[in-house]
Ligand binder design. Structure first.
Ligand code: FAD
Length: 424
């Protein structure tokens, strides 16, 4: 029986796993490196997949009330404004699912929703603990001789309490994942982005659209209306600007006005949004890496979220994948007798979806963020007409919304099958 579970990391993956596992009747303890858990960064897209998971935990309404409904995504080439990407969730509407949409939400707002749910469940959070290793320890109380796991802090100090299982949700830079031997290849992507949150008072932006402007694949400006911060009424938007890691020093040296000029050149309408930025420290420089663990577990530890699979945010799936992982993990633990079985069930439930979206993200990102000459040409010539072909609009939207492969049905079906057969 897996009863006591340690979760490392208080990001979307860790908090949502804590909620799901607590609701499945387990004793959960969260560990976080910072003294005060909190979100870093701007808005993100909750896809229909992530929203459906939140709905199961009774948190969808709270997320939607803070976030902004997004119906689609529009990509245009700068400066002429030719549409090269036009995705609308509506094409996936069915009788069963009559209204599909995404919700853009500020990271602080999503954190608030998940953190409050953790607090309401009295789940202990132990802060100021940087976990960097786990060791297997004998469980003297267990008749079946199953081992437990002990977490070790960065300074070598062991965490006193032993657990039946540890869940690593410590993100793309996970120390446990790096030490696992499962990280075959980690690719640091050349391009990252500058991100900021600005007030959105300008009616020239459609509040229900994620809009982007591109020039080749070296320039990308995006505006994502993302709702409000908890307890506030001001509508916000996340603004992002693609930047190569190697060019960051030049951006700093040139200064804010030079950068603003460059952005306006590609998309004049954003000038009103840029007025809210007075200092470069309002811009967060995000760098992206890409990795998928060859399997998401080692004895005693299961990896979820970015620790298991990190990528660029081009497809807007990372936080949604984290929520799906948490749901699959809780299901796996519910029907497993021990941590080895739980790990196998969890890995199987998530394998196809994770591998597909990781590959899609890796292949598609260079069409939007790279120095390639050919890929953006193909994008600008082919993407829009191809998306108009019968069924391809559905396929493209299913890809953008994370629904391709129906991950929730896969997780549910697996649980039902195991329960039916009473076998693993
Ligand atoms: C700029 C940007 C835009 C994005 N946009 C989107 C989007 O639109 N839609 C989407 O779905 N996803 C998006 N993502 C991806 C998404 O943010 C991540 O996939 C998601 O945050 C992963 O959650 P996580 O909990 O696995 O990791 P994280 O959010 O990184 O959280 C990890 C937590 O673990 C803690 N931690 C780390 N190491 C340790 C340690 N050793 N010991 C203890 N605690 C530790 C950290 O402090 C943190 O609290 C975006 C990402 C970026 C960078």
């Amino acid at each position: 029986m897996i009863d006591r579970i340690a979760i490392v990391g208080c990001g979307p993956a860790g908090l949502s796993a804590a909620i799901a596992l607590h609701d499945a009747g387990r004793q959960v303890t969260l560990f976080e490196q910072f003294d005060q858990p909190g979100p870093v960064g701007s808005g993100l897209m909750l896809q229909p997949t992530g929203l459906a998971v939140l709905e199961r935990w009774g948190l969808r309404e709270a997320a939607e009330s803070l976030g902004q409904r997004i119906d689609g995504m529009l990509g245009r080439v700068a400066p002429d404004g030719k549409v090269v990407l036009d995705i609308n969730y509506r094409v996936l509407n069915t009788k069963k699912q009559p209204e599909l949409y995404g919700v853009a939400i500020h990271r602080a707002a999503l954190f608030d929703v998940l953190f409050k749910a953790v607090q309401a469940r009295d789940i202990p959070i132990i802060t100021g603990k940087t976990i960097c290793a786990s060791i297997s320890v004998p469980n003297r109380k267990a008749a079946n001789g199953q081992n437990q796991v002990q977490l070790i802090e960065q300074d070598g100090a062991p965490i006193e309490e032993h657990f039946d299982l540890a869940v690593d949700a410590s993100g793309a830079r996970s120390i446990l994942a790096q030490a696992s031997g499962l990280l075959r290849k980690k690719t640091q992507l050349n391009y990252g982005a500058l991100w900021t949150t600005v007030e959105l008072n300008d009616s020239s932006f459609d509040p229900h659209l994620l809009e982007q402007r591109y020039k080749a694949a070296s320039v990308m400006v995006g505006v994502l209306p993302c709702g409000t911060l908890p307890g506030e009424h001001q509508k916000l938007a996340t603004l992002f600007w693609s930047i190569k890691g190697a060019d960051y020093a030049a951006f700093e040296a040139a200064g804010l006005d030079a950068w603003k000029q460059q952005v306006i050149e590609h998309w004049p309408a954003v000038e009103t949004l840029l007025e809210h930025i007075e200092h470069t420290n309002q811009l967060t420089h995000a760098t992206y890496s890409h990795h998928t663990l060859s399997r998401p577990y080692v004895p005693g530890v299961i990896f979820i979220g970015d620790a298991a699979h990190a990528t660029s945010p081009q497809l807007g799936q990372g936080a949604n994948m984290a929520l799906l992982d948490a749901m699959a993990l809780a299901n796996a633990i519910e029907c497993a007798d021990n941590s080895v079985q739980a790990a196998t069930i969890y890995a199987k439930a998530r394998r196809a979806h994770v591998r597909f979206f990781q590959a899609a993200s890796f292949l598609l990102t260079p069409f939007y963020q790279s120095d390639s000459y050919l890929l953006p040409k193909l994008r600008d010539t082919l993407f829009e007409p191809v998306s108009k072909l019968p069924m391809s609009d559905k396929l493209v939207t299913a890809l953008g919304s994370g629904l391709l492969g129906n991950p929730i049905k896969t997780i549910d079906k697996q649980l039902a099958r195991i329960k039916r057969k009473h076998i693993v």
